[in-house]
Design a protein around this ligand. Structure first.
Ligand code: UT7
Length: 325
């Protein structure tokens, strides 16, 4: 018995910020951001908005499309590093908003790889017979953790949530293989302290620089390309699938140049690579499920399509899931 995704959903904060908008806050330019990252705009949470509510909206959409009631779920697993509370978990907050109880709800903290990790955990537990219907969510709001004076990080991140409903399935459809990797030795390449205020773009309080996201971009760039290439090859090999059999590659949207470099190294034609970084920026654990939801909406995924999901982020963590739709 395996597991497959039967429905997806996404939800975003109300405010879209263009590169031009950011020019008013810091010494940056639309031209630099577009050419170095591929980003044109991103959505950012404002004062009074709640990521848990946004993630619950994405979850409700996915549940409705799956034709399931929240009460029929066996578990909720969330990839996030953005909970407003150290505890309860973000998954418990979604569970509360969905009005259900008793089932297990827990978070997986793997930064930008959170959704990939969460799919792998859900798939393993479904194969083990623990659950039949699981809500898997990727949600982050890294815009609340940046130093809004630091142009090297503040222009990159956007907020949002994506959700999928997974069910057990017999036969050879669904998650074919997953592979997860971490290297704690590189933790300092991308980090943020657990302390610190939530600093939305419109709030008066500001994170001090030491409490904001710290990133060594160029070093991280090289490792991201190498590790995403490597894990993609390995996860395909593990499933006995050749890279040219993959129909759609849905990578973490961190930087257009990273996506292109990984695709080129894998010999993946660009028309098989799904990107939406231009409109969302880097939404961390939300990026893959938001992209997956848009790819389905745009008719890029059909029954039996072979789809590769992969990501790399703080930890460092990286990983991939290979899915036969
Ligand atoms: O999601 C987790 C995974 N994340 C990643 O993998 C991110 C990986 N890294 C990257 O995507 C890229 O390294 C960045 C987009 C973060 C930076 O791009 P880069 O081409 O590596 O630029 P850089 O950091 O080497 O900076 C080049 C120049 C610097 O100016 P000087 O020192 O050469 O005069 C920066 O100060 O660009 C400057 N710069 C900017 N200029 C205008 C950096 N950020 C900006 C900005 N606007 N926003």
């Amino acid at each position: 018995m395996g597991s497959r995704i039967v429905a997806t959903g996404r939800a975003l904060p109300r405010t879209a910020l263009s590169n031009k908008d950011l020019e008013r806050y810091m010494d940056t330019s639309d031209e630099w951001i577009k050419s170095r990252t591929g980003i044109n705009q991103r959505y950012a949470i404002r004062q009074g908005e709640s990521l848990a509510e946004i993630a619950t909206t994405a979850s409700r959409i996915a549940l409705e499309r799956a034709g399931l009631k929240a009460s029929e779920l066996d578990a909720i697993i969330v990839g996030t590093v953005s909970s407003e509370y150290a505890f309860p978990s973000f998954a418990c907050q979604i569970q509360h908003q969905l009005g259900i109880s008793s089932i297990p709800a827990f978070d997986v903290a793997a930064a930008c790889s959170g959704f990939i990790y969460a799919i792998s955990v859900a798939d393993s537990q479904m194969r083990a017979g623990d659950f039949k219907r699981v809500l898997v969510v990727g949600a982050d709001a890294l815009s609340t953790m940046v130093d809004w004076n630091d142009r090297r990080t503040a222009v990159l991140f956007g907020d949002g949530a994506g959700a999928v409903v997974m069910v057990t399935t017999p036969g050879n459809r669904g998650v074919l293989s997953s592979l997860l990797r971490s290297s704690g030795e590189h933790w300092h390449l991308l980090s943020v302290r657990a302390t610190g205020v939530r600093s939305t773009i419109d709030s008066e309080v500001r994170r001090c620089a030491d409490d904001a996201i710290q990133m060594k971009g160029p070093e991280l760039f090289k490792i991201a390309v190498k590790s995403m290439e490597e894990v993609s090859r390995l996860v395909a090999e593990r499933a006995g699938v050749k890279l040219d059999e993959i129909d759609l590659f849905v990578p973490h949207q961190a930087n257009m140049r990273i996506i292109t470099a990984v695709a080129d190294r894998l010999g993946m034609p660009h028309e098989k690579v799904f990107t939406n970084i231009d409109r969302f920026g880097n939404t961390s654990a939300a990026s893959v499920p938001i992209a997956l939801d848009e790819a389905i909406e745009q008719g890029r995924i059909h029954d039996n399509s072979i789809v590769m999901l992969n990501a790399c982020g703080g930890g460092l963590t990286w990983g991939a899931n290979l899915i036969r739709w």
